[in-house]
Design a protein around this ligand. Structure first.
Ligand code: GH3
Ligand code: MG
Ligand code: MG
Length: 345
């Protein structure tokens, strides 16, 4: 699922700068630029104490007293750091952590777990679920403050990287910003010179189950291996990108729709038979929507192509997943074929 908007890292205009001195963590020009620290804890005392101790750090504290409220606030505000209590009635901290890491809007937010449990298995479980840090209650506030500073620094650097880098840190593929730039250039070129061009959108099937069953780090490893599969199956002139979360895109310059569908089918088949390093028993599939020119010049802006590829992907999902649906320009008649076959839409 894609974020509705306004929650992607690159959407953030973070003009706060790291300071690291005694004045606080960020230099802020006004209140609106203060990074948000979301505290999710059922104890009123903890909220009061943390607010008092972090007051001088130039952060804005937002409080949630239970898991569901915490998740809703995290999604709405995209905090810089979450401080999360593990032991809460109803939805416990582990479930909240899973929820945060299963949501594309909050997957990269550093989470510091606060817990009365100092057992190493609790810590290991929290880290397996994607926690950044762990503080044992009752906490030493100097230590908590130092850890919050480190997490804010991490968040700040992640945002800077996402804004400036062309490469996705996890998979090594081109990131979304780089995709946007490159795709706009390809569409311009196509409109001007009429070279064929194709675009594929790929979305791993039931990927959330991987995170839920094996943990977030295992999900990350799957994304990395899938990126490798894409790279092994495209030409050096193709541009594979991580579009966001478990969605990928491939720009195929000088490639007509039919050839693009063949490449996609190869990727689909490779993933289906791929044996994952950490979980050889687990098999995964991918649904792919592909669109491309066939002869005539397509007079559409870049978004029009993305929409068409997305609709084909949607049809691939709805007609059973693990398939490639091709929707070439000009639109060809036909429906989706069942089974893992290339279908014309
Ligand atoms: P579908 O077949 O309909 O595509 O189902 P799905 O489970 O693949 O799709 P859904 O959109 O429900 O879930 C996508 C999941 O991808 C949820 C999100 O947490 C996870 N995800 C997104 N980015 C990352 C990441 O960087 N690492 C890990 N491990 N998981 C991520
Ligand atoms: Mg998805
Ligand atoms: Mg998916």
């Amino acid at each position: 699922m894609r974020c509705a908007g306004g929650c992607g890292l690159s959407d953030f205009a973070l003009d706060a700068h790291l300071n690291g001195g005694e004045q606080g963590i960020y230099l802020v020009s006004d209140l609106n630029t203060q990074p948000v620290v979301l505290v999710i804890d059922d104890s009123v005392d903890v909220h009061r104490l943390i607010a008092a101790r972090l007051k001088s750090e130039g952060v804005q504290i937002v409080s949630a007293s239970d898991g569901p409220q915490g998740l809703a606030l995290a999604r709405a505000q995209r905090p810089a750091v979450v401080l999360l209590d593990l032991d809460m009635p109803g939805m416990d901290g582990y479930a909240v952590l899973r929820g945060l890491k299963n949501d594309q809007c909050t997957v990269n937010v550093p989470v510091i777990v606060l817990s009365g449990m100092s057992d190493s298995s609790d810590k290991v479980q929290a880290f397996e679920l994607g926690a950044t840090d762990y503080v044992t209650k009752p906490f030493d506030f100097a230590e908590l403050r130092a850890r919050v500073k480190a997490a804010l620094r991490l968040d700040h650097l992640l945002r800077l990287l996402a804004d400036r880098a062309e490469i996705d840190g996890l998979t090594g593929l081109n990131n979304r910003a780089s995709f946007n730039k490159r795709w706009a250039a390809e569409v311009n070129e196509h409109r001007r010179y009429g070279h064929p061009v194709s675009l594929a959108m790929l979305d791993i099937d039931h990927f959330k189950k991987v995170n839920d069953t094996f943990g977030h780090p295992a999900g990350d490893a799957v994304l990395q291996e899938f990126a490798g599969i894409i790279q092994a199956n495209v030409r050096s002139t193709d541009v594979p990108c991580r579009f966001g979360g478990e969605e990928f895109a491939i720009i195929m310059p000088h490639t007509a729709a039919g050839d693009a569908a063949t490449v996609c089918e190869r990727i689909r088949a490779s993933l289906q038979s791929h044996v994952f390093r950490r979980h050889p028993e687990h098999r995964l599939t991918v649904s792919i929507g592909v669109t491309g020119s066939q002869g005539a010049v397509v007079d559409l802006p870049p978004e029009g192509w993305i929409e068409q590829a997305d609709q084909a992907l949607y049809r691939a999902k709805n007609s059973g997943r693990n398939r490639v649906v091709a929707a070439p320009f000009p639109n060809a008649p036909g429906g989706t074929a069942p089974g893992p076959a290339v279908a014309a839409a």
